[in-house]
Design a binder for this molecule. Structure first.
Ligand SMILES: [Zn+2]
Ligand SMILES: [Zn+2]
Length: 310
């Protein structure tokens, strides 16, 4: 299972309806947080996101993307957490996050490890022992200050095990099926030795979920999101504020849709919307769908399941 819950979908400042940036991704029981705007911990409680997480990924350090880590870390400390917490962010992460963690008089009673990342980095070989693993690739975005986005790419999955063929070959159901489906050779009671060839289909693609953070539409996002099952792209503005989007390093809904189209993504979810769309983002949805049909605008508390494409 892989699902994404939007904890905050407002740009720059919270509104009555929407909190500032935060996305929780849950995969095989593991929770990852992308951004942690002010108030994120309360959104986690409200929408049932586990506090038993050990990593938070930041795209850049505008206040609406990280102020929530100050409070979240304190709460985890009060809860008696002992496990380390790992924080990732672009250049400047060490300084900003270390300040955030040390602000105030309390001491954080667990280890917090801050890692600075840059475009092209791969935070790899993850999730082993819980189905197939995955990598998190860091890609560049256009928002100034070395801003980055994150792409979670699952490793290829095993091919399908052909039950009918296994039966026809007289292989008894049980441990031998298990071995063969993992690609291991087997020996039958009658002495026949078989390899997995012909019993297991070609490897199947894993899922790709891409999170841009704040950005202008750009080629590096198109590359990172090529064939994505889910692209989460910012869309701060509508078409009527196209110029403003350019000036402030943001995207319009339609520009984000063009990125999704160019990337041949399966699905686009827009977030980080300007306060004027707080109550209704219908205009943004309409503008995006003119370019890319599978577009929606996230709401706080919205959860999306990301299925395999086959
Ligand atoms: Zn922002
Ligand atoms: Zn920003």
């Amino acid at each position: 299972m892989l699902s994404v819950t939007f904890l905050g979908t407002s740009a720059a400042r919270p509104t009555v309806e929407r909190n500032v940036s935060g996305v929780a991704l849950v995969r095989e029981g593991e929770t990852l947080l992308f951004e942690c705007g002010e108030g994120t911990q309360r959104q986690m409680m409200r929408y049932g996101v586990s506090f038993a997480l050990s990593e938070i990924f930041f795209t850049h350090f505008h206040a609406d993307h990280f102020l929530g880590v100050i409070g979240l870390i304190r709460t985890l400390g009060l809860q008696g957490r002992e496990e380390p917490m790992r924080l990732y962010g672009p250049r400047g992460a060490k300084k900003v996050l270390t300040q955030a963690i040390s602000l105030g008089v309390e001491r954080v009673p667990f280890e917090v490890v801050v890692t600075e990342v840059k475009a092209g980095d791969v935070i790899g070989e993850r999730g082993k022992g819980k189905g197939e693993g995955y990598d998190i690739r860091v890609f560049g975005t256009e928002h100034g200050g070395g801003s980055v986005g994150y792409a979670l790419r699952e490793h290829e999955r095993r091919g399908r095990f052909d039950v009918e063929k296994a039966r026809a070959a007289g292989i008894p159901e049980g441990p031998l099926w298990g071995k063969l489906s993992k690609g291991e050779p087997i020996e039958l009671a009658d002495g026949r030795k078989l390899t997995a060839d012909g019993f297991v289909g070609p490897k199947r693609a894993g899922r790709l979920v891409v999170f841009t953070g704040d950005t202008r539409p750009c080629a590096s996002v198109v590359d990172a999101a090529a064939g994505a099952d889910l692209l989460i792209h910012e869309a701060t503005f509508g078409e009527e504020e196209k110029e403003r989007a350019k000036e402030t390093g943001h995207s319009t809904a339609q520009e984000a849709a063009q990125v999704a189209l160019a990337a041949k993504a399966r699905r686009l979810v827009l977030s980080h919307v300007s306060a004027r769309y707080s109550i209704s983002a219908d205009e943004l949805v309409k503008e995006a769908r003119e370019v890319f049909k599978e577009s929606t605008v996230a709401k706080d508390g919205m959860t999306i399941e990301v299925p395999f494409s086959d």
